[in-house]
Design a protein. Structure first.
Length: 149
């Protein structure tokens, strides 16, 4: 087991809800466990927004001007994107396909495990942001779904 594989296991534990994982390869065994920590105390305080001049001529910052699309499906883990169940077969979805919540959109391979990524929304596939075989990062947008009305 090399350093890269161990690092991917650590990222898997850190970036998902997996609490413990044990892997044995070529006589080497590694076991990682995330200790449950109590949720930190949250302080709530009331904030009064500053008044905004209606005709100030200033543009909103890009983050405020562009809301996150509600129909964006993001990668829940680091791995390799596969749009079809096996090489040469028909993709799970294509642009224009209608999907319902729970429909399999793709596979993300992580540590030789094939993880099916399901749609969180019902609607029409409007965009696919990544190509088959490309690496993906945690939280990276994979698809945009135009939501059903």
């Amino acid at each position: 087991m090399n350093f890269k594989e161990i690092k991917e296991l650590i990222e898997l534990i850190r970036d998902t809800d997996v609490a413990e994982i044990e892997v044995e390869r070529a006589g080497t065994r590694i076991r990682l466990r995330r200790e449950k920590k109590e949720a930190p105390a949250v302080q709530v305080r009331e904030v009064t927004p500053a008044p905004v001049a209606e005709q100030s001529g200033e543009a909103l910052p890009a983050s405020a001007a562009e809301p996150v699309a509600a129909g964006t499906v993001k990668s829940p883990l680091v791995g390799t994107f596969y749009g079809a169940p096996e090489p040469g077969s028909k993709p799970f979805v294509e642009i224009g396909d209608h999907v319902v919540k729970g429909h399999v959109l793709c596979i993300v391979e992580a540590m030789k495990l094939m993880n099916e990524i399901e749609s969180e929304h019902s609607g029409t596939v409007a965009e696919v942001f990544i190509q088959d075989g490309q690496p993906v990062e945690y939280g990276q947008p994979l698809f945009r779904i135009e939501l059903d009305a």
